[in-house]
Design a protein around this ligand. Structure first.
Ligand SMILES: Cc1cc2nc3c(=O)[nH]c(=O)nc-3n(C[C@H](O)[C@H](O)[C@H](O)COP(=O)(O)O)c2cc1C
Length: 185
């Protein structure tokens, strides 16, 4: 079941004019709690936007270079995924490794939400390209917080094919030692 959901999930940018039931949203939020995180820090906070005026205001920020995300104005739910708090040890680890663990944690939680949504017949799409300052202002998110992504959720208007361009396993996996992309082809 889970693997089927992973295989069939597509980014959905067209939504029916139909609200998402509260129980389905709660199921998405419950499942995100099970996402792994560095030192179990669970650094995420999600602002859920269902209010019509607020959604309008968010979508009005998709202008100029952001205008290709205008499709979000058809989504009945928009989430803002935020790094809320960072525990000291993973934060220090992030500095040493120069890998932002909290960002990874929030991204995994986002994928949990999208997979649960897909399993419930909903669709969603990541929005990584947005005017963070404007979004923070509308949602009263403090300047000190980092908004990792927005996610749209809703009932798909149409279901895109599960088939899509994906790199082959041979190209993206190597056994026992590094192998460059050129060697694989
Ligand atoms: C970090 C991230 C940022 C993304 N940002 C956007 C975005 O700003 N707008 C958009 O339409 N899709 C965005 N996407 C969706 C990708 O375009 C999509 O996942 C990719 O084309 C593969 O298609 P699929 O999700 O249908 O398999 C983003 C996806 C990720 C993971």
């Amino acid at each position: 079941m889970l693997l089927e959901v992973i295989r069939s999930r597509r980014s959905i940018r067209n939504y029916q004019d139909r609200p998402v039931e509260e129980e389905k949203l709660q199921a998405c939020f419950d499942i995100l709690r099970y996402a792994p995180s560095a030192c179990n820090s669970q650094p995420w906070h999600f602002v859920v936007v269902t209010d019509y005026e607020k959604r309008r205001a968010l979508c009005d920020t998709f202008t100029g270079a952001y205008s290709f995300n205008r499709f979000a104005d058809r989504a009945p739910v928009i989430l803002a995924a935020v790094i809320d708090r960072e525990k000291k040890i993973p934060f220090l680890g992030s500095m040493v490794r120069r890998v932002n663990f909290a960002l990874i944690d929030v991204a995994i939680a986002c994928e949990h939400i999208l997979l649960q949504a897909c399993a419930l017949g909903l669709g969603g799409c990541w929005i990584g390209w947005f005017n963070e300052r404007a979004i923070k202002k509308i949602l009263a998110i403090p300047r000190s917080k980092k908004v990792i992504s927005l996610l749209t959720l809703g009932y798909p208007e149409s279901q895109p094919s599960a088939e899509r361009e994906r790199r082959s396993v041979a190209e993206i996996v190597s056994f026992n030692r590094w192998r460059s992309r050129e060697d694989a082809t």
